[in-house]
Each structure stands twice: as C-alpha cells, then as structure tokens.
Design a binder for this molecule. Structure first.
Ligand SMILES: NC(=O)c1ccc[n+]([C@@H]2O[C@H](COP(=O)([O-])OP(=O)(O)OC[C@H]3O[C@@H](n4cnc5c(N)ncnc54)[C@H](O)[C@@H]3O)[C@@H](O)[C@H]2O)c1
Length: 285
C-alpha cells in the first residue's frame, strides 16, 4: 500500500500544468507549483484565480471554496520545495532530455515512496522513468487539453511500474472527478494512437473525394454521430499541435497514415493554426 495522496506537486505551470494544478486544488489537495521564474508562477496563479472566479460567477463554485482552494496553492522556483509531495505531476516542455534531468532531480528530492508522473503526450514514459532510481514509482498521467474540462486521464504503466503506484494515481484522479483509464506505455497511448491517424484519414478524404470542410463535418456529425466534425476538431486542437503529434507517432510506428497530411503542413506554414490564430479550416472572430 502506498501513502495516501494529499499533497501534489505540479512542475511546469503552462497550458497543461496550470489546469492540472487547478484540478488538484479543487480535489482538496495541497498543491506546490514549480515554474522556472516568479513571473511565470504569478501568471499561472492569475489564470487559476481567473477560472475559479468564473466558476463562482456561474454559480458552480462557492466563493468560500474558491478561497480555500487558492489558499492551498503554493508556488516556487525551487525543486526542493516539492520534497513533501505524495505525487508530483510533470508538465514541462516536451523534450526527453529536459524531462529526464527533472526526474533525476525529483528522485533525489522527493520521499522514496512518492509517485512521479509525467504528462508527456508522445515521449516514452519508460525512458523518463529510467532517469530515476525508482522506476517502479514512475508512471504517465496524460491529461487532455483543457485539463479542467476534459474528464479523461490516461494512467500509463511502464514494464516496471508497480501496480500500487498506478492504483494510487487512478484513485486520486477519480477523487478529482476525472475518468481515469489504464494502459501500457505505447506510442500515442490510447486516444492519440486512434485519433491522429483517423483525423489524417479525414483530411485525405477532403482532397481525395473533393469534399469541402463544411460537408466533411456535416457527413461525420450526421452519418457517424460524431459530436464535432473532424475539421472543426483539428481547428480546436491546433494545426501545429496535430502536425507535431502526427510526426511523433509516425516516427515511432511508421504507418504512412500517421504522417501529417501535406494540406495540414501547408496550413501550418501559412500560419493557419486553427481557432487560436483566427483561421484554420474555418475563420474565427
Ligand atoms: N497542450 C496540450 O494540448 C497537451 C495535452 C496533453 C499533454 N501535453 C503535454 O504536457 C506538457 C506541457 O505542455 P504544455 O502545452 O502545457 O506546454 P507549455 O509550453 O504551455 O508549458 C510548459 C511550461 O513548463 C515550464 N518549464 C519548462 N521547463 C521547466 C522546468 N524544468 N521546471 C519547471 N517548469 C518548466 C515553462 O516555463 C512553461 O511554462 C508536454 O509534455 C506536452 O506534450 C500537452
């Protein structure tokens, strides 16, 4: 039996990390967030305050609960401040060397039975775990963007992860109101392994069958019951994020349909990145 998870460290408070910290705060955990600079810490705190404030305005959260949640958040630039965390979730840049360096440091600082988790989308959890002396307590916890809104968390076990670490992370994710699922450390885990080639197929049908993005989305929502059409979904994910994820999966598994379609590569080069840039398959105000 591992220790119960009451304090959570989040390293990297960017798009994903700030959202994960927010989830952990609302789950009642004490949270220590670590960024590389004070300004980045303050920016993340501001984002979390903003979103919790919106939840209060919408009547989804009591003002007292917001205040209590924010009171549980401590930010730091020192890895040493994570020493007492039961679970540390890493959400820094998607670079193997940076993650391995951080995990080696966390391994030195954190209690031997603390669980170290990576939110990597495309790197090998096994290779990250091997940077530590405790690979049995290293797992993947793959959240989806935006983390506070999307319920799924893929709990990824390597060949060396202890089931007790996987179970403890699974139980914490459930307590945080998430829908965790377990899987082995394989390229793309579950959702990206299926969704990336599938979306690429959708893009090839645009040109292959002479279909407009509007009609393709109409076809998949009305004919296959998709809640959102593939072109609208790629715009939401971001063309650059999807191209990058396709390249990563293609590099690992080599199936041609995993490679990014030329049309998306061209859109990325034109700065048409989807919703965030104001134009992708569709235009946004
Ligand atoms: N954005 C997504 O849709 C998404 C979804 C699931 C998983 N992920 C994964 O989550 C991770 C983070 O992605 P993101 O989109 O939040 O990136 P991001 O660039 O928004 O945030 C990364 C943050 O980490 C900080 N950072 C870098 N090195 C650090 C270190 N050593 N210690 C502390 N902070 C450090 C940076 O200052 C930055 O604020 C990546 O591994 C990514 O693959 C991203």
């Amino acid at each position: 039996m591992g220790r119960e998870i009451t304090s959570v460290g989040v390293v990297g408070l960017g798009t994903m990390g700030a959202g994960i910290a927010q989830i952990a705060l609302l789950a009642g955990s004490e949270v220590v967030g670590r960024e590389v600079g004070d300004e980045l810490n303050e920016r993340a705190r501001g984002r979390i305050e903003h979103f919790l404030g919106r939840a209060v305005e919408k009547g989804k959260l009591a003002a007292a609960e917001r205040d209590a949640a924010l009171g549980r958040l401590r930010t730091t630039t020192e890895v040493g401040e994570l020493a007492d965390c039961d679970l540390v979730i890493e959400a820094i840049v998607e670079e193997l060397d940076a993650k391995r360096e951080l995990f080696a440091e966390l391994d030195r600082v954190c209690a031997p039975d603390a669980i170290l988790a990576t939110n990597t989308s495309a790197l090998s959890v096994t290779e990250i775990a091997e940077a530590t002396e405790r690979p049995e307590r290293v797992i993947g916890m793959h959240f989806f963007n935006p983390a506070p809104l999307l319920p799924l968390v893929e709990i990824v076990r390597t060949g060396r992860s202890k089931e007790s670490a996987v179970d403890a992370a699974y139980a914490w994710a459930e307590r945080a109101g998430k829908q965790p699922v377990r899987c082995n450390d394989t390229p793309g885990f579950i959702v990206n392994r299926i969704l990336i080639p599938l979306l690429n197929d959708c893009v090839s049908v645009l040109d292959g069958a002479g279909v407009s993005p509007e009609d393709l989305d109409k076809a998949m929502t009305n004919g296959a019951g998709w809640p959102m059409g593939p072109c609208a979904l790629i715009d939401l994910i971001g063309i650059d994020i999807h191209v990058h994820a396709s390249e990563a999966l293609w590099g690992k598994l080599g199936e041609p349909r995993m490679g990014p379609p030329e049309r998306l590569v061209a859109m990325q080069a034109d700065g048409k990145l989807g919703r965030k840039s104001g134009e992708g398959f569709y235009r946004y105000e």
